[in-house]
Design a protein around this ligand. Sequence first.
Ligand code: AMP
Length: 231
Amino acid sequence: MDTSKQCWRGIILLGGPGSGKGTQAVLLAQKLGIAHISTGDLFRENIRMGTELGKVAKTYIEKGELVPDEVTVRMVRERVNRPDCTNGFILDGFPRTVAQADALNQVLAEMHRSLTAVLNLQVAPDVLLERLSRRWTCKACGAVFPEFSAPPRAGCKKEVCDGELYQRPDDKPETQRHRIEVYREQTAPLEAYYAERGLLVEIDGENSIERVHQLILDAVRCVEEEDRHTV
Ligand code: AMP
């Protein structure tokens, strides 16, 4: 992708827990030179730092429930106005309810911006469950390792990090099914919400990481081509 003529991009990654949103958001953000905003990561950072926001979020996250819209929207509103978002952002895990999507529209209108695309990573529920049970996260830097089937002995080893790997409490089997159910009930309606607005692009998320990345790049390129022709 040509980033020399950098235009503003606002991209949403939709998809159930374990669909690969985080992995793909990191790759796409690097490729496009825009910010990666993961609401889950922001909450976990606040929990680690013991902030008031972290204390509130923890009670919901542990149960696999959504943090209230008001709290989440306030956090995102503050985040998208930081300087690293000048060229745009990829939202990973936000919005997760129709109320959050409406609030995002409001925030974008205030910024005089509009969404580029909403990419829906489609992965069947049984594949999501299988992926979540194999997922390990670095305590220090938050990097996600989908490939291990048991806790690896070595630490993170991402760049200079040597953090300990752990299984997120909400990735444990008891909570997994509930999170997928919460997604089906509260977040899946966003597929129709964005389809009605002509923004939804379906991506087959059951492919390899590299293939999904390529499908996403092709989709973004295609949307931008169409926009150029309709201006
Ligand atoms: P994630 O890392 O995206 O899987 O998010 C982990 C957890 O953080 C979710 O199960 C929710 O409890 C909470 N969370 C993340 N994003 C949101 C959001 N947009 N709205 C409400 N809760 C969220």
